[in-house]
Design a protein around this ligand. Structure first.
Ligand code: PLP
Length: 391
């Protein structure tokens, strides 16, 4: 009998990967599946980025790199942050990691332990709660409400902070809701944190920073220099440049935490794939028209899916502000999120993810990713209508 560590029983998962696996099995069995489940752009990585990786391999970049990343890439990230977010960040504070998730894992490991409390968005990216509980810390949900367009209320967050709170996790634009926090609310939160809670660290997950609509500005926590000594900013290449499989992410760490983050990287993965890091430079410094093209394609799909969902029996859907997800309310269908997710997949071949996969507060909602063609989205909507009319 193997004796696993008790904490393994507290590690959760990301159900989107289970749905993807089930959808693949059905597709291989000949069923026509439209995948609106997994959260990744359906575009290819732009050619000049691929070319940079190929060139790096031909140029002999086959070995280990410094653990926090090659200096040129860290410098390139610093310049990108200066250009896009007006933030002055030294390259020494940037740590390159294999995907945005790794920053999340490291930040939560650094602060989580029994007795500690960590606030996280719910419904939210499932890995926050999973890793918080893995560390033995208490996971304290920040409720994100539909009537608030899934943004947060600063006063509520501030009132949830106790003397045991070590870390506050924020995600805007958000997965799974597409909600984004307006500047006025962020100002109020930052002012409360500054005045009353100087010892709480913040992990700001801004992986969807470049994907916003209707000219909504992305409000980055990097634009509040008063948080510099406790802000961990998570971003990366996966969503912006259609590079989910390259495993490329970065974080800006407070100066005092860079050494710890680097030590975690040395213990965990040594460094990120060398050629991928050169591709990362090409992505940040090269033409950005592919990014703009993807965002306008997502925007068109967003309009199609929101209108279509609102015409389905029992479904109502707010218009998301960022990312490439919609999170319609399905309560009036009379089905639970999990049952509707399963029936959509098994009966009409549409993969989605139940809201409960993003926390208990996701009951009554389903996540559709609209990183798929307008044509497929329209077929999926027709199929969903057919299923719901028969419920
Ligand atoms: N943060 C959020 C909110 C996400 O939705 C995702 C991926 O879906 C990640 C982080 C992880 O990104 P990566 O694929 O770069 O690890």
């Amino acid at each position: 009998m193997l004796r696993l560590a008790e904490k393994m029983s507290r590690l959760g998962t990301e159900t989107a990967f289970d749905v993807l696996a089930r959808a693949d099995v059905l597709a291989r069995g000949g069923q026509d599946i439209i995948n609106l489940g997994i959260g990744q752009p359906d575009f290819k990585t732009p050619e000049h980025i691929v070319e940079a990786a190929v060139k790096a391999l031909h140029d002999g970049h086959h070995g280990y790199t410094p653990s926090p990343g090659i200096p040129q890439l860290r410098e390139s990230v610093a310049q990108d942050l200066a250009k896009r977010r007006g933030a002055k960040v030294s390259a020494d504070r940037i740590v390159i990691v294999p995907g945005g998730k790794v920053t999340m894992f490291f930040a939560i490991l650094m602060f989580g332990e029994p007795g500690a409390e960590i606030l996280y968005p719910n419904p939210g990216f499932p890995i926050y709660q999973s890793v918080i509980e893995f560390t033995g810390a208490k996971a304290v949900p920040i409720r994100l409400l539909e009537e608030n367009d899934f943004s947060f209320d600063a006063d509520t967050i501030l009132s949830q902070i106790t003397e045991n709170t070590r870390l506050l996790i924020l995600n805007s634009p958000a997965n799974p809701t597409g909600g984004a926090v307006p500047r006025t609310e962020m100002d109020r939160l930052v002012s409360g944190l500054t005045q009353k809670h100087p010892n709480v660290a913040i992990l700001s997950d801004e992986i969807y920073s470049r994907i916003t609509y209707d000219d909504r500005e992305h409000v980055s926590l990097l634009s509040y220099p008063e948080l510099d000594d406790r802000l961990i900013l998570l971003d990366g290449w996966s969503k912006t440049y259609a590079m989910t499989g390259w495993r490329m992410g970065y974080a800006v760490w407070p100066e005092a935490l860079v050494e710890g983050a680097t030590r975690l990287a040395v213990n965990c993965h040594s460094c990120v794939n060398s050629a991928a890091q050169y591709a990362g430079i090409a992505a940040l410094e090269g033409p950005q028209d592919a990014v703009d093209g993807m965002v306008s394609a997502f925007d068109e799909r967003r309009r199609v899916i929101v209108a279509g969902l609102n015409s389905l029996p029992g479904v109502s859907c707010r218009t998301p502000i960022g990312a490439f997800y919609v999170f319609p309310n399905i309560r009036k269908t009379g089905l639970t999120a999990r049952v509707l997710q399963d029936r959509l997949l098994e009966e009409v071949g549409v993969a989605t993810v139940a809201g409960t996969s993003f926390g208990a507060l996701g009951e009554g909602y389903i996540r559709f990713s609209y990183a798929n063609s307008v044509e497929n989205i329209e077929i999926a909507l027709d199929r969903a209508a057919e299923l719901l009319r028969a419920v």
